[in-house]
Design a protein around this ligand. Structure first.
Ligand code: GAL
Length: 347
């Protein structure tokens, strides 16, 4: 079941809040502002339901708050070095909003737009589709681009996110969802005790401005080896140059076998489990190193330093400038179709 309510308005457009309830009575909430996930209310092993993602009670929270909680990020998720790339022999210049680079599609990227929302009828599970029509050259990116995102909330407590992106001329796209998670419940302490597994044998080291150097480094023997479970906190403060540069984990992992469960997180006290499934080639592990207690979210909960983690499924950062990385070229001939699932359960 999906119910729709008004969530205010922005730039003359109404914004809506969608509440999706599955057969088990578990609830997620979405908003058309930024095509964002607002709440994910799932039980722990004792059946106690709690919201496990960062969000705000009101639209004003989103307008004044952190830019990316739960949002769809585009046209290019993560960083493009110095805000420049060349495509078909022409150089494009983007806004520098994360010195000295462009971050997450620029200050008025897709996360800051009101999308058109539509409750899908006749589907097996509650589902909402969001569409954003990006005009040619908005935020410096070529192409009239249409982004469609369908969220489906299954009876197995899976959020399936299906993305489709089309363009009328060649462009570059990297689309993701930027949800933060805390399996204790959002705002209930840090995530350092969460046990994490990522099926990735390599990661992409970064320079001091968090731009990949181009190296694909094996995780073997490093604090980035999550091929078996380690708590997020176990090695996060080690004096390993990449952890120092990132202020913790803030890195793209090279997924071994896209299409399968590529990551799993377990919170031992309450027993909640999050599995991530994606066909994308990379995933950004970000451990909330820039959170600083200035954000007050749902139910008055404050989001402190390292109190949330992100697993942003994606193409590698700065791919337009890195010929050895998988291509992010989008052409009019072939739409980008990609899917990511966040699956919640308990152990
Ligand atoms: C992440 C990125 C971080 C930071 C964060 C937003 O995707 O990797 O460096 O910018 O978004 O605060």
């Amino acid at each position: 079941m999906v119910t729709t309510e008004n969530f205010g308005s922005f730039n003359g457009k109404d914004v809506f809040l969608y509440t999706l309830t599955n057969k088990g009575g578990d609830v997620i909430k979405l908003t058309s502002y930024g095509a964002a996930i607002v709440e994910i209310n799932v039980p722990d092993r004792d059946g106690k339901r709690e919201n496990v993602t960062f969000g705000y009670d009101s639209l004003s929270g989103y307008l004044n708050g952190d830019l990316y909680f739960g949002k769809v990020v585009g046209q290019y998720a993560n960083r493009i070095a110095k805000g420049k790339f060349t495509l078909d022999g022409k150089e494009y210049t983007l806004a520098i909003n994360n010195m000295p680079n462009s971050l997450h599609g620029g200050p008025t990227g897709w996360h800051s737009r009101v999308w058109d929302g539509e409750v899908l009828e006749g589907t097996d599970y509650p589902a909402v589709k969001f569409i954003y029509h990006k005009p040619d050259m908005e935020e410096g990116y070529p192409g009239n681009v249409v982004a469609e995102v369908v969220y489906t909330w299954t009876d197995a407590n899976e959020i399936i996110i299906d993305y489709k992106v089309t363009t009328d001329r060649n462009t570059v796209v990297n689309i993701t969802n930027h949800a933060y998670f805390n399996l204790h419940g959002a705002g209930n302490g840090d995530i350092l005790d969460h046990e994490l597994m990522i099926n990735a044998s390599a990661f992409t080291p970064v320079d001091p401005t968090l731009i990949p150097t181009g190296e694909i480094r094996p995780v073997e023997g490093t604090p980035f080896d999550f091929r078996t479970f380690h708590t997020i906190g176990e090695r996060i403060n080690e004096d390993y140059e990449q952890l120092v540069k990132g202020g913790g984990y803030d890195h793209n992992f090279v997924i071994d076998i896209p299409g399968e469960v590529i990551a799993e997180v377990y919170e031992p006290a309450g027993g909640r489990v999050l599995q991530v499934i994606t066909d994308q080639p990379g995933v950004q592990l970000y451990t909330g190193n820039f959170l600083d207690s200035t954000q007050t979210g749902i139910g008055g909960k404050v989001y402190n330093y390292r109190s949330g983690f992100c697993l942003e499924t994606q193409h590698f950062p700065d791919s337009p400038n890195q010929p050895s990385f998988p291509s992010v070229l989008l052409t009019p001939e072939e739409p980008l179709l990609t899917s990511t699932t966040y699956r919640f359960s308990v152990r």
